[in-house]
Every structure is written in structure tokens, then in C-alpha cells.
Design a protein around this ligand. Structure first.
Ligand code: HAM
Length: 382
């Protein structure tokens, strides 16, 4: 969950994750440590420390912490599931890694996920490209948004990430990385793309895809949900980071992996109704002004029949219970007053239309099934 701060500083001082978003503190032994903002650095630290046989294939799942501006789909604590493979630079391994992520989303039942791929080239290609971007954006700096102009000073690559409309045209005219790739890096990327074709995995070549962490070289990719309508649509991402183990004091070791954002994936599942959850609305709200016993019994009976039900407690007045029924957005209020209790009936009131009927309590489930449709009865242990 935490590492020595130095492990994460290797992620690069042009990265917000490192400069602005780290939860770091001194422990009781005066060690400067940080809550992990991601898992890859810790995995590479463990590799450098324990030197397992290669290729070393590992997976993980757990929380990460980033001091971000919290919003829908962007949290200060979030979970990832990820994989990393250390010890091979083979482009077909990139394909195997991407394919696993792709199949994960497919197996989950998500249909609206797109795969974006790009190559950032080798470190020298990347450096030349960054220089070209710096020159280009500096020529347009007076037209850039204030945020993009600030980003330009720290990390010209990240200007490509700006979603502001003011920056869109300038970004569209920017140099693209593919003109800066060495022949080795181009060949590597061509093999990755050919491998995806062999597996029939659809992808979008996205020259502007740069990723938020600085350790990537060559292949980078992102899984984006098109059913999420907020700004946070990346449900996962990863790439190759061949220099990272060495940066952490280990031997020169190639590495590739991804992390899937569990929280955002669940949001995407909700928006595609992957789990087929029934309605969370209350079908019947019981208003019992006698002694609550009828509400107690009927609530259990209709829930067992698969309907959602709620009731008021604390012997509240009829008016207050009706208000509670309205407030929870129930479809029906099922009212049991003295008359109904004596006659074994209930008054079923449709709250939206105020239409109401008096029916025998024993026919309530039948009535709900007729008006709301059959539900799945609760399984019992008998
Ligand atoms: P990342 O793109 O920073 O990459 O995060 C991966 C995924 O974690 C994102 O696509 C997103 O779904 C989720 N995520 C990131 N930040 C937040 C947040 N604040 N709130 C909710 N979800 C979030 C990495 O972390 C790399 N370590 C991935 C990797 C593994 N590259 C190579 N190996």
C-alpha cells in the first residue's frame, strides 16, 4: 500500500501524479513514504529487489491514492486490477497483454469499450518529438488556453491531452509522433498492430494518445468506455516501460502491462446495465396506522415475491407516513387503517395518479404482479 517516496519519484517529475497528487508523509522511523498512486512502480521495485526468473508475469488488485480534484469517475482512492510482464521486449507480448484486457471487458459483458493504441517511440524519438511539440506549441502559445500554456512549460506532450475547445484546432495541427519513430520502434508498432489484426481485436490508431505517466516508451494503449458521458471515460490503460526497472536500480529489463480502473469499469457496467439489476425504486410503501403488524407481515410477503417494499417506523401519523411514501418515490402506497385491518383488506393508492382500490390483503401480490409485471421470487432455504 505504501513505498519509499523515491520509488514513485522515478515516475517522472513532469507527471502530476508525482508532483501534485502524492500522499506522502514521514513515518515514525522518519522515513519519507507515500501511499501508492499506482502499482507498476512497486512491481518494478519488487523485481529489482528479488530478481525473479524472467519472463515474470504478475497480476494485482488493490487501492491507489491520488490527490486529484474529485469528480464523477475520478476519486482520491480508487481500485485497479492489473498485470505486468517483465523480461521480454517482444511486440507479440504487447499484443497478449492488450488482448487480456480486451477479453476482460468482453467477458464482463461490456460492449461499448474502444481500444486506442499508439507508439511513443524510443526515448530518443520521444525526446525529439517533445522538442518539436515545444517549438510548435510555443508558436501558438498566445492562442492556447491558460491551462494548456501552463502544461506546455512542464510537459509539452500533455498539451495533446487538453479537452478544451480553445485548444482543439491547435492540437489538430500539431506534429504527430509517427514522423519521429525510429525504424525499430516503427517495426515494433507495426507488429503490435498486425498481432491485433490476427486476433480480430478492433483498435483505433490514436497518435495523440500520450498517457498520464512518464515511464512509457513504444506501445501505449487505453480502453475507453463510450457509454460513460462524463470526462473520465478511460476504464483502463497501459503500455511498455522498458527503462523503469533500471531507473529503480535493477538490471535493464523490458516491461509491459496495464491497469484497469475498477471504479470506472463498474460505472460503465451500470450505464450498460451489465448486471441486469432490477429497478431500485420502491414498488410498495406500507402505511399502517393500526399497530404496524400488517405492514410487518405484508412487507415480508411482497419482498419474498420479488417486489421492493418499504414502510415507516415509530408509529407515525397517517400524514407523515404518506409523506414518506411520496418522498421515497414509491409507485404504490398500501394503506392499512382500522377499517382495512378489521376487513382484512388494504387500500392500494397509485401515487402518481392518486387512483386507489380497496382489495383483500391476500390478493395484494396478485395485484402488484398484474400492474407491475411478474418479479423473481426470493429463493428460500426450504
Ligand atoms: P493510469 O492510466 O493512471 O495507469 O490508470 C489506469 C486506470 O485506473 C485508468 O484508466 C482509470 O480507469 C483508473 N484511474 C486512474 N486514476 C483514477 C482516479 N483518480 N479515480 C478512478 N479511477 C482512476 C496506471 O496507473 C498504470 N500503472 C497502468 C500500467 C500498468 N501501465 C503499465 N502497467
Amino acid at each position: 500500500m505504501f513505498e519509499e517516496l523515491g520509488v514513485f519519484l522515478r515516475l517522472g517529475d513532469a507527471t502530476d501524479v508525482v508532483t501534485k497528487e502524492m500522499y506522502d508523509f514521514k513515518d515514525k522511523g522518519d522515513r519519507h513514504i507515500a501511499l501508492r498512486p499506482e502499482h507498476t512502480a512497486g512491481i518494478c521495485r519488487a523485481f529489482a529487489q528479488h530478481r525473479p526468473n524472467t519472463p515474470w508475469k504478475v497480476w494485482y488488485s488493490g487501492s491507489n491514492f491520488r490527490y486529484e480534484k474529485a469528480q464523477a469517475g475520478r476519486y482520491r482512492q480508487f481500485d485497479q486490477v492489473g498485470i505486468e510482464v517483465l523480461g521480454s521486449a517482444d511486440p507479440l507480448l504487447d499484443v497478449e497483454v492488450i488482448a487480456l484486457g480486451w477479453q476482460f471487458f468482453a467477458a464482463l459483458g461490456l460492449r461499448n469499450v474502444e481500444l486506442l493504441v499508439n507508439s511513443l517511440g524510443d526515448p530518443s524519438d520521444r525526446a525529439a518529438y517533445i522538442q518539436a511539440l515545444k517549438t510548435y506549441f510555443s508558436q501558438h502559445s498566445s492562442d492556447l488556453s491558460e491551462e494548456a500554456a501552463t502544461t506546455l512549460l512542464k510537459n509539452p506532450l500533455r498539451v495533446l491531452d487538453s479537452k478544451r475547445s480553445q485548444d482543439a484546432d491547435i492540437i489538430a495541427g500539431a506534429p504527430t509522433i509517427k514522423d519521429f519513430l525510429s525504424s525499430e520502434a516503427s517495426e515494433h508498432f507495426a507488429t503490435v498492430v498486425a498481432g491485433l489484426d490476427v486476433l480480430g481485436i478492433p483498435y483505433k490508431l490514436t497518435p495523440g494518445l500520450v498517457r498520464g505517466l512518464d515511464y512509457y516508451q513504444r506501445t501505449v494503449f487505453e480502453f475507453v468506455s463510450t457509454s460513460l458521458d462524463n470526462a473520465q471515460t478511460a476504464v483502463g490503460g497501459g503500455g511498455r516501460y522498458d527503462g523503469l526497472v533500471e531507473d529503480l536500480g535493477g538490471p535493464a529489463t523490458a516491461g509491459v502491462g496495464f491497469a484497469l480502473g475498477v471504479d470506472r469499469t463498474l460505472l460503465a457496467c451500470d450505464s450498460e446495465n451489465v448486471f441486469g439489476l432490477g429497478s431500485l425504486e420502491v414498488d410498495a410503501f406500507f402505511v399502517d396506522v393500526v399497530n404496524g403488524m400488517s405492514a410487518l407481515r405484508l412487507c415480508e410477503e411482497v419482498r419474498a415475491a420479488g417486489f421492493t417494499a418499504d414502510r415507516a417506523f415509530d408509529g407515525r401519523s397517517m400524514k407523515s407516513q404518506m409523506k414518506a411514501a411520496d418522498r421515497c418515490g414509491a409507485t404504490f402506497a398500501v394503506i392499512i387503517g382500522e377499517d382495512e385491518a378489521n376487513a382484512g383488506t388494504c387500500t392500494v393508492r397509485h401515487l402518481a395518479t392518486s387512483e386507489q382500490h380497496i382489495i383483500p390483503q391476500v390478493e395484494l401480490i396478485q395485484y402488484l404482479s398484474r400492474t407491475l409485471g411478474e418479479r423473481h421470487p426470493r429463493r428460500t432455504s426450504q
